[in-house]
Each structure stands twice: as structure tokens, then as C-alpha cells.
Design a protein around this ligand. Structure first.
Ligand SMILES: [Fe+2]
Length: 177
């Protein structure tokens, strides 16, 4: 660490250091989520779910780039730190999909897992946005607000696919498309 870096670190408030910790955590999470969504999208049975997840995979890649912009605003290097919470959610998702991937409930299970991931992101982006506002970094707050809106939209889209078809297919009431 250079002298300049040390000075910058000491200049940061505890809130700003906490913000950067959480940002690094999300930078790691977005990378891990992208990989998981690519796999889930490939295994989705309903075309509507496959299309929605594929589109969201692209969005997730773009979100990682926008997090890099937030790092830049805070004059920090983009860095990922291992996030145990998302690792746990992804591990559980993988177990659920192993168990139900070959059943009629495969898509309902995929939506169940993806919504847990989306809700995790919603909680983190919501807090990060409020901290960015408090720290007076309005451009960062605007970017985080956009990410938050995308996560809400993805969550609602999953609910709609579940209600329209996936839950009924899982129940054996209708056939998969
Ligand atoms: Fe995301």
C-alpha cells in the first residue's frame, strides 16, 4: 500500500469504509450470480422462463460494469471479497435444482432459487443506495437505484411466470409449453 493509499484510507469515514466493504461483497456476488443464472437459464423448460433468465444474464453482466463505475466515484479499485451469504444461497439453490430439476416442478424450483438471489440483491442495493446518498455521492446513488430497480423488475417478472404457468405445471394442472 502506498503512502497515498494509506492517507486516503484514513480520510474515509467508517460509513464509507463499510460502504466499500459491502460494494466489494456485491461485486463478488454479481460475478457468482451471473454464472449461476447462465446454468439455470440453460436448464429452464418453459420458453418464457428461458428467455427471461437469458435476458437477465445480460443485465447482470452490465451490472458488474456499473459497480466498477461506483468504485471509480469513490476513488477505489474494483475488488471482490468473498460473500458467504450468496455462496450459501447458491449452494442451496444447486441442491434444490439437483433434487427437482428432473420433475414437473423444475421451473418452479428454478424460480424459487432465482427469487432468493434477487431478494438478497434487493436488500444489499437498497442499503448501498441509502449510504451513497448519506455520503453525498449522488451519481453513485443514482446508479445503485437503477440496479435496485432492475432487481425488482426481475423479481416481478419471475413472479408473473410462476403465476402464469410454472406453478400450474409443477402441480400437474397444465403441460409445459
Ligand atoms: Fe444483480
Amino acid at each position: 500500500m502506498t503512502k497515498k493509499d494509506t492517507a486516503k484510507k484514513n480520510d474515509r469515514s467508517a460509513l464509507e469504509r463499510l460502504f466499500l466493504h459491502a460494494l466489494k461483497d456485491m461485486y463478488f456476488a454479481e460475478g457468482a450470480i451471473h454464472k449461476a443464472f447462465v446454468d439455470v437459464a440453460r436448464s429452464a423448460k418453459l420458453p418464457s422462463l428461458q428467455a427471461a433468465l437469458t435476458a437477465h444474464c445480460e443485465e447482470t453482466r452490465d451490472q458488474t460494469e456499473r459497480l466498477e463505475k461506483v468504485f471509480e466515484i469513490f476513488e477505489a479499485k474494483p475488488k471482490a471479497i468473498s460473500c458467504e451469504a450468496i455462496k450459501g444461497i447458491l449452494e442451496e439453490s444447486s441442491n434444490v435444482l439437483d433434487q427437482f430439476g428432473d420433475t414437473e416442478a423444475a421451473d418452479a424450483a428454478a424460480i424459487f432459487c432465482c427469487q432468493a438471489i434477487k431478494h438478497y440483491e434487493i436488500t444489499r442495493y437498497g442499503t448501498l443506495r441509502e449510504w451513497a446518498r448519506e455520503l453525498g455521492r449522488m451519481e453513485a446513488a443514482r446508479i445503485l437505484s437503477e440496479l435496485l430497480d432492475q432487481e425488482y423488475a426481475a423479481d416481478q417478472m419471475l413472479t408473473k411466470i410462476a403465476e402464469d404457468r410454472a406453478n400450474k405445471v409443477a402441480e400437474g394442472k397444465i403441460a409445459a409449453e
